[in-house]
Design a binder for this molecule. Structure first.
Ligand code: SF4
Length: 231
């Protein structure tokens, strides 16, 4: 089957399997999502969601966070790990928003990536989930799955983004990214993917990387709660 057709069919199956796939970080606006995404590096969304209510209650705007006491911010976000570097990033980002964008999060990739601590992946998360601008989020799950699906052989995230972007309809990019992340967290694990309990198995060139026996594979499938606790 031609690559584009197979890729779109896999995306459709994942859409049926995970109809409510969404960004699992809690947020109510673009600023909160930007902060939460920076905090999510090297930790789980669940852990980030535990600290952000206190952080946003105390520092609801970019101006508030820009003027915060760094030690206070460090103590609030400590459990997310790398808390000194993350404090520097989120405060530096907030200061840049105040200085350059009147405290508002810009809605363009080219502007977002100029903010401290904000790379292409974070920018695409924010564009897709807070601005409704289609974006491909190439995180560790997306990289692994897009290679397993045979959608790319690249290892560079920007090249992967462009190659997958050429296969999948643009309007699907944000949801498709979330579906791959959900599939990676629930079934297509880095070690021992649950191939025997995978709905895209008939279309996947990597079928067999994990157990193909249904009973064994089913035990590897993670529940929604377990997945939220997975990086
Ligand atoms: S068949 Fe296996 S490798 Fe392919 S997507 Fe499913 S779990 Fe992942």
């Amino acid at each position: 089957m031609a690559l584009v057709r197979r890729a779109r069919r896999i995306n459709r199956i994942l859409a049926e399997t995970y109809p409510d796939a969404h960004c699992e970080l809690d947020f109510t606006n673009a600023f909160q999502l930007l902060v939460a995404t920076i905090l999510s590096a090297q930790t789980t969304d669940k852990r980030v969601n535990l600290v952000t209510p206190a952080l946003f209650a105390k520092y609801p705007t970019a101006a508030d966070l820009a003027a915060a006491n760094p030690e206070d911010v460090e103590s609030i976000i400590q459990s997310t790990g790398f808390f000194r570097a993350k404090t520097k990033s989120i405060m530096g980002m907030a200061q840049a928003l105040v200085e350059r964008y009147s405290g508002e999060v810009p809605g363009k990739l080219k502007d977002l990536v100029t903010l401290p601590g904000v790379g292409r992946k974070t920018a695409n998360v924010v564009l897709g989930n807070a601005f409704g601008v289609p974006g491909i989020t190439v995180d560790t799950h997306f990289q692994r799955l897009s290679r397993r699906f045979g959608w790319t052989t690249e290892t560079d995230p920007v090249k992967i983004e462009h190659e997958v972007g050429a296969l999948i309809e643009k309007r699907e990019w944000t949801d498709m990214s979330q579906r791959l992340i959900w599939h990676g967290r629930r079934r297509c694990h880095s070690r021992r993917p649950a191939c025997g309990a995978c709905p895209v198995a008939p279309l996947c060139p990597s079928f067999g990387e994990g157990p193909t026996d249904e009973k064994t594979a089913s035990k590897l499938v993670r529940s929604a709660a377990e997945a939220l606790d997975t990086q």
